[in-house]
Ligand binder design. Structure first.
Ligand code: PHE
Length: 346
């Protein structure tokens, strides 16, 4: 029986057939189990001889099954691994990869350009109160400029009774940063802003970048140099010509609107040269000015000690100009074909 059992174990080629062998010899009805049962009917002398022999046989067969099982398991694993071999010579399936949205890319570019000029990035909430968005920027309750902002208001005021709104510009970050960090300051504040307005050049949500410099003896010359340096770096050309026009913002005095010269090439606006050159025109790109003394006071600083300049511009408009895009709404449609057309998606 011993030789038979060992031969069958060795001959089992699968885990299933090995288990069948185990049942046939060691199972409840198995032949070795039956053999062990006969011990009960033997005389003590017979049992003394047969007992150790039968038990030895059972131990030997159990061990042989375990050893064979280990071998068969290893073989099964090797077969599985062999079947899963990866053919590295096959061409890889094309996996779509993401890309950076043009607005995000332009915001990164702007942060980098201004970082080179020593500006830190500041932030503020998109859900603002009317004190930061208007009052502290020298637009008291009845100020007509408030009406021009097409503001989205929330139905309820905050705990201090201030009307809540979606910020209409990034200028409230000027106030928040002055109150938090004091002076001197050199910051930019890029972010989303909201106005109830929508056509080919306006979307209800758009992006602005604010700049604020507060220091001692800051004057309009610093503003002009900063904007010129920034626009040349952003459009990557040296022939950018600025035109500063007197304007009005409640939070700056004097206020200056900044135009750049451009021409039209192959139906696209290309920034560069003076707007007064042959075939050129002027285009407004920035609002700016010296920070109004009242705004400096609202920021918790003494205007006799601190002066500064501020500027604000639309990031989406800058992106459109730089990359020759013509419909602002397309920025927020999420249409990959549009991204591809302008080289922003793989
Ligand atoms: N906040 C102004 C706007 O949204 C832009 C601006 C910023 C003008 C800072 C002057 C100074 O139009």
């Amino acid at each position: 029986m011993r030789a038979d059992a060992l031969a069958q174990i060795e001959g089992a080629s699968t885990l299933e057939s090995l288990d069948a062998v185990r049942v046939a010899f060691l199972g409840k009805q198995g032949t070795i189990s039956a053999l062990l049962k006969t011990l009960g009917k033997m005389s003590p002398e017979e049992r003394q001889e047969a007992g150790p022999a039968f038990n030895g046989l059972r131990a030997e067969v159990t061990e042989a099954i375990a050893a064979r099982k280990a071998v068969l398991e290893a073989e099964a694993l090797n077969a599985k691994l062999a079947g899963e071999t990866i053919d590295l010579s096959l061409p890889a399936p094309e996996a779509p990869i993401g890309s950076v949205h043009p607005v995000s890319q332009v915001m990164d570019e702007l942060a980098e350009i201004f970082a080179d000029m020593g500006f830190a990035v500041a932030t503020g909430p998109e859900i603002e109160d009317d004190w930061h968005n208007f009052t502290a920027l020298n637009m008291p309750e009845s100020h007509p400029a408030r009406a021009m902002h097409d503001t989205f208001y929330f139905p309820d005021a905050d705990d201090e009774g201030r009307s809540m709104l979606l910020r209409t510009h990034t200028s409230p970050v000027q106030i928040r940063t002055m109150l938090k960090d004091g002076a001197p300051l050199r910051i930019i504040a890029p972010g989303r802003v909201y106005r109830s307005d929508s056509d080919a050049t306006h979307t209800p949500m758009f992006h602005q970048i604010e700049g604020l410099v507060i220091g001692k003896g800051i004057h309009l010359g610093h503003l002009k140099w900063t904007l010129e340096t920034f626009l040349k770096a952003f459009f990557e050309r040296d022939d950018i010509v600025l035109r500063l026009r007197p304007s009005y913002f409640p939070f700056t005095e004097p206020s200056v609107e900044v135009d750049v010269g451009y021409s039209v090439e192959k139906g696209r606006r290309v920034v560069g040269g003076s707007g007064d050159d042959e075939g050129h025109a002027w285009m407004e790109v920035l609002g700016s000015g010296m920070v109004n003394a009242r705004v400096i006071e609202f920021g918790g600083l003494d205007p006799n000690e601190w002066q500064g300049f501020a500027f604000g511009t639309g990031v989406d408009r800058l992106a459109m100009l730089k990359y020759g895009m013509d419909d602002l709404r397309a920025f927020f449609d999420g249409d990959l074909r549009w991204m591809k057309h302008y080289g922003f998606a793989a």
